[in-house]
Ligand binder design. Structure first.
Ligand code: 5GP
Ligand code: ZN
Length: 113
């Protein structure tokens, strides 16, 4: 059994507030939202970080981006949104299962800290 937090969420061993699920990906609301819409999108396959993504994952990564775009539309983010991946120590990645943050519903700041 995986010790990975997001694998446990995908496997429903830990409850979440799901937004979307299919064979390849799982999306759920962030427990500590930074914007009115703050969804985490993860592949069901355990990949530690963006740094661990291989060429064989290219189709999966592209699929995730298209689904993120669909979710943005579904959640009414007509004025725009931000997709974030925090990678590694300097990127402040806190959960070691690659994920994208979909943030929107307010004017976001740039650059991040
Ligand atoms: P990271 O910092 O790795 O890019 O993002 C991890 C995100 O996971 C954070 O935004 C954090 O709030 C969220 N998170 C951590 N633990 C849980 C949890 O148990 N449930 C949910 N829904 N989100 C979590
Ligand atoms: Zn995992």
């Amino acid at each position: 059994m995986s010790e990975c937090l997001f694998c446990k969420i995908i496997n429903k061993e830990i409850p979440s507030d799901p937004v979307y699920e299919d064979d390849l990906i799982f999306a759920f609301n962030d427990i500590n939202p930074q914007a009115p819409v703050h969804i985490l999108i993860v592949p069901k396959k355990h990949i530690g970080s963006l740094d661990d993504v291989q060429g064989t994952d290219a189709e999966l990564m592209g699929y995730m981006m298209l689904k993120i775009k669909d979710m943005a539309e579904k959640h009414g983010l007509t004025k725009g949104y931000r997709v974030v991946n925090n990678c590694g120590e300097d990127g402040l990645q806190s959960v070691q299962h690659v994920h994208f943050h979909l943030l929107g519903g307010r004017k976001l700041l740039w650059p991040p800290g």
